[in-house]
Design a protein around this ligand. Structure first.
Ligand code: FE
Length: 139
């Protein structure tokens, strides 16, 4: 990641919604089946809601049945970074935006081929930019 983005908590509060701040900057989780992208099939690129960094492509999105948008791989190496998360008495791997450290969700080893990974993301951490060829299909 060439251009890291670092802002103070107060700065993030100014640019994000209350829910975005809670999830992205405080490690919260949106409730399943409530986010705007869990069932989205629009083709496009999912960018970081905080900094615009491209994170996931719709080409790796699949229906995990969990109620959260799920992907089997990030859009590119270095787009996200992983960190061990031992909160809530669980051993999980947290997924963060490599550019601004936004909390995105967690990755689990029960995803589909070819990677076997399930990147379980919060819709509120993402912003879908639809490809030109499917504008008008809605999200
Ligand atoms: Fe970011």
């Amino acid at each position: 990641m060439a251009d890291r983005i670092e802002k103070s908590e107060a700065e993030w509060r100014r640019t994000l919604t209350v829910e975005q701040f809670q999830v992205c900057r405080k490690g919260g989780t949106e409730r399943a089946f409530t986010g705007k992208y869990w069932n989205t099939k629009t083709r496009g690129t999912y960018r970081c809601a905080c900094c615009g960094n491209p994170l996931f492509s719709s080409e790796t999105k699949y229906d995990s049945g969990t109620g959260w948008p799920s992907f089997w791989a990030p859009i590119a190496e270095g787009a996200v970074r992983m960190e061990e998360d031992n909160s809530f008495f669980m051993r999980r791997v947290e997924v963060l935006c490599a550019r601004c450290d936004a909390h995105l969700g967690h990755v689990f080893p029960d995803g589909p081929a070819p990677t076997g990974a399930r990147f379980c993301m919060n819709s509120v951490s993402l912003e879908l930019v639809a490809d030109d060829d499917n504008k008008g299909l809605g999200t």
